[in-house]
Design a protein around this ligand. Structure first.
Ligand code: OFO
Length: 164
């Protein structure tokens, strides 16, 4: 059984994961309309992962005797100011998500909720990987420069084209 405080913070994370999925879907759709097939493939795959993250929270809350609430989501931005800026925005967003995952871990410790402490570790590891993979993309973009975006788009396709 989870405490009310834990149920509340986990429910808040459902909204954040769902918003992340919609944000990346919006980025995918924008990149697709701009002709960047590789970048949009990466974002569609990322949106799918975030949806799975949201589902993990839903199932965990319900399995522990709480009630997962499916919230309304804010409209994500529709247009973006270039490829470099879009990935800067992703990194900023993922750092924000890492902060909220850390808040859950901290509350679980405070509440002596060992099951949630254990379960949230997967997300802590996942956030380290996500931040590092987006940072890697930004580093690559900095090396290539905006004029080589065609090559970058082809390159990033290989990261997701295999369904990774
Ligand atoms: Fe981007 O990560 Fe979900 O948690």
């Amino acid at each position: 059984m989870i405490t009310e405080k834990i149920e509340k913070i986990l429910n808040e994370q459902i909204e954040k994961e769902g918003y992340s999925s919609n944000l990346y879907l919006s980025m995918a759709s924008w990149a697709e309309t701009e002709g960047f097939a590789g970048i949009s493939t990466w974002f569609y795959a990322q949106a799918g992962e975030e949806l799975l993250h949201m589902m993990k929270f839903i199932h965990f809350i319900n399995e522990r005797g709480g009630h997962a609430i499916i919230p309304a989501f804010d409209q994500p931005p529709v247009n973006f100011d270039g490829i470099k800026k879009v990935f800067d925005q992703v990194l900023e967003h993922e750092r924000f998500i890492s902060g909220s995952i850390n808040d859950i871990a901290a509350l679980a410790i405070k509440e002596n909720d060992f099951a949630t402490q254990n379960w949230i570790q997967w997300f802590i590891t996942e956030q380290v990987e996500e931040e590092s993979s987006v940072q890697g993309i930004i580093d690559k973009l900095n090396l290539l420069g905006e004029e080589n975006m065609y090559l970058f788009d082809r390159d990033i396709m290989s990261l997701r084209g295999t369904g990774e």
